[in-house]
Design a protein around this ligand. Structure first.
Ligand code: BJW
Ligand code: ZN
Length: 258
């Protein structure tokens, strides 16, 4: 059975000037990129503190690089899915549309989204920890072990944000601006436990946004959402686009709404 997207949500999107989609690993799950937490999450096999911190990197850079090279190869092979594509369609329907992503997989840009704030970096970029020089993915993938800077010989790292590190200032400021100006704010495929990113949906709601969560599982955010659409992003987001454009009304049932 397919239930309809709520008329309230359709009306909110149609009348919105600013719509924002805040995404996490769940939106890329249907492309074949593993999530971090949950039954097939990366962290089931590896603890975050063993891999995604500067301490871990300094202790065992070979292991951390092995993990990133594996993920670079997985991400290079996958394609954006119907969820990413539906956000591109929504961007075309809304006067101002922004994607704020915690993902490092570049799939929103590859799908065609144009305003994308990447809070946790991008796995396709790398830089030297000594002199800051950018090092291409090709060079990194061609080297064995820990890649070294061609200019100074320093250790190269992926351009991602590890625990205990600050988020890139411009991306964070853009994300806060988008959250605070949102009329409708979607939180999609994130467990909403990693801060400061997880503060954005509540920031948006405080500023008057209609908060919609899309996830197959409830999260700490669920009770704060105006609507919780329970299910996979790759099904629910296209259903929202169909409902807004009036092409067809299918999709998920809101569990609660205002
Ligand atoms: C589907 C689906 C489908 C499945 N459709 N959905 C207390 C308060 C505030 C902060 C802290 C605090 N205690 C500690 C901190 C700091 C820390 C933090 O938040 N820790 C928490 C874990 C407690 N934060 C930081 O350190 C951040 N920096 C910071 O705070 O700077 C200030 C500072 C500086 C110095 C000292 C102290 C503070 C940085 C955080 C960096 C996070 N980095 C990572 C790794 C990135 C690089 C890489 O990928 O290798 O980012 S960790 C990892 O988690 C990754 C993700 O972006 C992030 C969030 O995960 P996400 O996207 O939510 O994925 P999952 O797997 O958790 O959830 C997937 C969801 O999808 C699930 O809900 C599924 O149900 C759902 N799903 N299929 C829709 N088809
Ligand atoms: Zn260097």
């Amino acid at each position: 059975m397919t239930a309809s997207i709520s008329p309230t949500l359709v009306r909110r999107i149609r009348s919105a000037r600013h719509v924002t989609a805040f995404t996490g690993a769940g939106i890329s799950a249907e492309s074949g990129v593993p999530t971090f937490r949950g039954t097939d999450g990366i962290w089931v096999k590896f603890k975050p503190e063993e891999l995604a911190t500067m301490d871990a990197f300094m202790r065992n850079p070979e292991l951390v690089w092995e993990w990133y090279v594996h993920r670079k190869k997985v991400i290079a092979e996958v394609r954006p899915n119907a969820g990413h594509e539906a956000l591109v369609a929504l961007e075309r329907l809304c006067p101002h549309f922004a994607v704020i992503t915690q993902n490092i997989d570049n799939l929103h840009r590859r799908a065609g989204s144009t305003t994308v704030y990447e809070l946790h970096g991008n796995i396709e970029r790398n830089y030297c920890m000594e002199c800051g020089e950018r090092v291409s993915n090709e060079a990194v993938l061609a080297s064995s072990g820990v890649p070294q800077c061609p200019s100074c010989g320093g250790k190269v790292r992926p351009d991602v944000v590890w625990f205990g590190e600050m988020l890139p200032e411009n991306e964070w400021e853009g994300a806060v601006r988008a959250a605070r100006s949102s009329d409708v704010f979607f939180s999609i495929g994130t467990s909403a436990v990693v801060y400061p990113a997880a503060s954005l949906p509540l920031m948006a709601r405080e500023s008057g946004a209609y908060l919609v969560e899309i996830n197959p599982e409830p999260t700490p955010l669920t009770d704060h959402a105006d609507e919780f659409l329970c299910g996979p992003a790759g099904e629910i987001l296209p259903a929202i686009v169909r409902a807004v454009t009036g092409t067809r009304s299918t999709g998920a049932s809101p569990i609660h709404s205002d």
